[in-house]
Design a protein around this ligand. Structure first.
Ligand SMILES: NC(=O)c1ccc[n+]([C@@H]2O[C@H](COP(=O)([O-])OP(=O)(O)OC[C@H]3O[C@@H](n4cnc5c(N)ncnc54)[C@H](OP(=O)(O)O)[C@@H]3O)[C@@H](O)[C@H]2O)c1
Length: 297
């Protein structure tokens, strides 16, 4: 099989990566290269019967980029997702410089809605703004598209909410009854990335796309959860102090403080035009809970 394009993906085995890879796999003109620390994970997630030659798996990580540098030539596009840390801007720049030097024409990078907040307002604002700026500053670079997603629906699984919903039919939150949270489904982020990686490169240029799919208040969230799960789930208001103290047991002060800030700072409305980019309406929180219902039982 001769492929028209080869797309390289860093971060293809996570919440965003899964729907992204599934969508790209349906395009017969594209071959994929997946960069992972654990190659066996690719078979576990995507199956062992991937079409011969369509998917290449490269073992590597952020700090040892040699496997990436040795395999990037021949690719036209790069999807770049890094788990956030103070080192992310440097690591992103190293991957991007190697990619552009090897002939890559477009990078789609996962940033965050926090990059749209005022300068350095939160710790992640500082990291994402620097990451985007450092990529834009690369001499003789090609296109760079930044996605700025808001609050992932999958975060429900990462914190205490899933346990309290399952065991006590409630979730605790510092938001007041009418304060929205800017939810986005990782499926929408993955599928928008796939759309951009298949569109003509000129169409998106150096675009920045914020992604807020379904802003909801805690009262609306409780109603959605109750409807889908068929039992009453309630929201309990807690103070900033209680929230911070719970978080600070598990993480450094600045990170705990940032999560407390973000719980109430991010109250924006749905992103206009997201359905234009996706080619469908963004997934609602209720639809996402329905799709993942088994995990709440
Ligand atoms: N959660 C939120 O609300 C939120 C909001 C805005 C933006 N974001 C951004 O979204 C991204 C997280 O996306 P996600 O939920 O899809 O992530 P995820 O499910 O945690 O997956 C992380 C991915 O990164 C790869 N990875 C992690 N460490 C690596 C390393 N040292 N070397 C190579 N690959 C590594 C993993 O690959 P292997 O395990 O296969 O190696 C995996 O594919 C981050 O950039 C975050 O800043 C998150």
């Amino acid at each position: 099989m001769v492929y028209e394009e080869r797309v390289y993906l860093i971060g293809a085995t996570g919440n965003i990566g899964k729907p992204l890879v599934h969508k790209l796999l349906t395009n017969p003109k594209i071959a994929l290269t997946l960069y992972t620390r654990t190659p066996s994970k690719v078979q576990e997630i995507f199956g062992s019967d991937l079409p011969q030659g369509k998917v290449t798996v490269i073992e590597g990580d952020y700090e040892n980029q040699k496997p990436f540098q040795e395999s990037i030539t021949g690719h036209t596009r790069l999807f770049l997702l890094l788990t956030p840390s103070n080192e992310s801007p440097r690591i992103a720049r190293e991957f991007a410089e190697a990619a552009y030097s090897a002939g890559v024409q477009q990078i789609v990078v996962i940033s965050g809605i926090v990059a749209s907040l005022p300068w350095r307002l939160t710790m992640y604002t500082e990291i994402t703004q620097k990451l985007e700026q450092d990529l834009l500053n690369i001499p003789k670079r090609k296109a760079i598209v930044s996605l700025r997603p808001a609050y992932f629906m999958t975060n429900i699984f990462a914190g205490a909410d899933i346990t309290s919903i399952k065991t006590a039919n409630m979730f605790a939150d510092i938001r007041t009854e009418d304060q929205t949270r800017p939810w986005i489904s990782p499926k929408d982020i993955g599928e928008l990335s796939a759309n951009i990686l298949q569109d003509p490169i000129k169409k998106h240029g150096d675009a920045v796309y914020e992604m807020i799919g379904d802003p909801k208040t805690p009262v609306e969230e409780a109603k959605s959860l109750s409807r889908v799960l068929g039992r009453e789930i309630v929201y309990k208001k807690i103070s900033e102090e209680q929230f911070y103290e719970n978080m600070a047991k598990y993480m450094p002060h600045r990170v705990a403080f940032m999560f407390m800030q973000m719980a109430t700072l991010l109250t924006q409305k749905r992103t206009p035009g997201l359905s234009v980019l996706l080619g469908r309406a963004p997934q609602t929180l209720e639809e996402w809970v329905e799709e993942n219902k088994a995990a709440f039982l």
